[in-house]
Design a protein around this ligand. Structure first.
Ligand code: HBI
Ligand code: FE
Length: 299
C-alpha cells in the first residue's frame, strides 16, 4: 500500500478541494450492484495474488479473520454481509466512504466501531500503486484483523485517542503509532515473524519484502521510539517495528498517551532508516533497496 495513505494532505484530492460530502459523516452507499464485471475482476486478481502469498507470512489472527468472513475471489464483498459477521464477532461495522475523509470524521467512526472503507476499486493500471485506500486495501487489508477482539479494541482506542491527540498537538506522534502498527506492523509468532499490518497485507510486493528481504531494519516495537520516527508514504518502509506478542496492542489500547506525548514533544525525531544504540534489533537492514529504489509502486 504505502502510497495509499498519502495522509491528510491528500484529503482535498480525494474528491476535489470543494467536495461537499453527501452526509456529515462522509458515508455513502456502497452501491454494490453498480460494480462492473471488470471491477470484480480486478478484485479477483488482487485477491488470488494475496491468497497465494499470505500463508506463512501473515499472522494466524489475519488468516483466521479472512477465513471466517464472507470474502472470496469472485466478487467485491458486500459491506452489509461483512458488517453482519463482524458485528457478531467484535461489534464492528464496515461503512462506505468515497476515499480519505478528514481526520476528525475518521476518528469518530473508529471510536464508534465503524470502519470507513473506500467503496471504489483501483484501475487496471494501478494494481500495485494507488494514492488512496480503495476497497481492496480497506476490506482485504483491514477487515480480517477487525474480527480479532484485540485489534477491535485497539482501533477503537485509536479513534478515541485521535481527538485527544489533536487537542494536545500530538497528532503526528499518534499517526506514527498507527502507521507502524495498524498499517505496517509485524509480530513475532511462535513459528516466526508475521505480518498483521493492512498496508503490507494488501500489497503483494511488500508482503514478501517486509518479512523476507535483508534490506529493511526490523526492530522491537517501543512506543516512544515509534512516536519519534518519520515514515515513508511513497515506498516500502525502511524499518518495521515488531511486537513481541499480538496482545501487546491491548496495553497500547489502555495506557494514557498524554504523559508519553509530553516526554516526546521536545525530543528529536528519527529518520525512517535510523538505527539507534538503544534499539532491540531483530535484523539490521542492509539498506540495499532504498539505495537503489525501483519505485516499487510503479514497477
Ligand atoms: N480516511 N478513509 C480514510 N482512511 C484512512 O486510513 C484515513 C482517513 N483519514 C485520515 C487518516 N486516515 C489519517 O490521516 C489519520 O489516521 C491520522
Ligand atoms: Fe489503511
Amino acid at each position: 500500500m504505502l502510497q495509499q495513505h498519502q495522509a491528510s494532505t491528500k484529503h482535498g484530492l480525494a474528491a476535489g478541494a470543494d467536495h461537499q460530502p453527501e452526509r456529515p459523516d462522509w458515508t455513502t452507499d456502497q452501491n454494490w450492484s453498480a460494480y462492473t464485471a471488470q471491477e470484480h475482476g480486478i478484485w479477483k486478481t488482487l485477491f488470488e495474488r494475496q491468497s497465494r502469498l499470505l500463508p506463512g507470512r501473515a499472522c494466524d489472527e489475519f488468516m483466521r479473520g479472512l477465513q471466517d468472513l464472507p470474502i472470496g475471489p469472485e466478487q467485491i464483498p458486500n459491506f452489509e454481509a461483512l458488517s453482519e459477521k463482524l458485528m457478531q464477532r467484535t461489534g464492528w461495522q464496515v461503512v462506505a466512504v468515497p476515499g480519505l475523509v478528514p481526520d476528525d470524521v475518521f476518528f469518530d467512526h473508529l471510536a464508534n466501531r465503524r470502519f470507513p472503507a473506500g467503496h471504489f476499486i483501483r484501475k487496471p493500471h494501478e494494481l500495485d500503486y494507488l494514492e488512496e485506500p480503495d476497497v481492496f486495501h480497506d476490506v482485504f487489508g483491514h477487515v480480517p484483523m477487525l474480527m480479532n477482539p484485540v485489534m477491535a479494541d485497539y482501533l477503537q482506542a485509536y479513534g478515541q485517542g485521535g481527538l485527544r491527540a489533536k487537542a494536545l498537538g500530538a497528532l503526528d506522534n499518534l499517526a506514527r503509532v498507527y502507521w507502524y502498527t495498524v498499517e505496517f506492523g509485524l509480530v513475532q509468532q511462535a513459528d516466526g515473524l508475521r505480518i498483521y499490518g493492512a498496508g503490507i497485507a494488501s500489497s503483494p510486493a511488500e508482503t514478501v519484502f517486509s518479512v523476507e528481504d535483508t534490506s529493511p531494519n526490523r526492530i522491537q516495537f517501543e512506543l516512544e521510539r515509534v512516536m519519534r520516527t518519520h515514515y515513508r508514504i511513497d515506498d516500502f518502509q525502511e524499518t518495521y517495528f515488531v511486537l513481541q506478542h499480538f496482545d501487546d496492542l491491548l496495553n497500547l489500547a489502555n495506557i494514557d498517551f498524554a504523559p508519553v506525548y509530553a516526554r516526546v514533544a521536545h525530543a528529536p525525531c528519527y529518520e525512517p532508516g535510523d538505527v539507534l544504540p538503544s534499539d532491540k534489533l531483530l535484523h539490521r537492514g542492509t539498506g540495499r533497496y532504498h539505495q537503489h529504489p525501483t519505485h516499487k509502486g510503479k514497477q
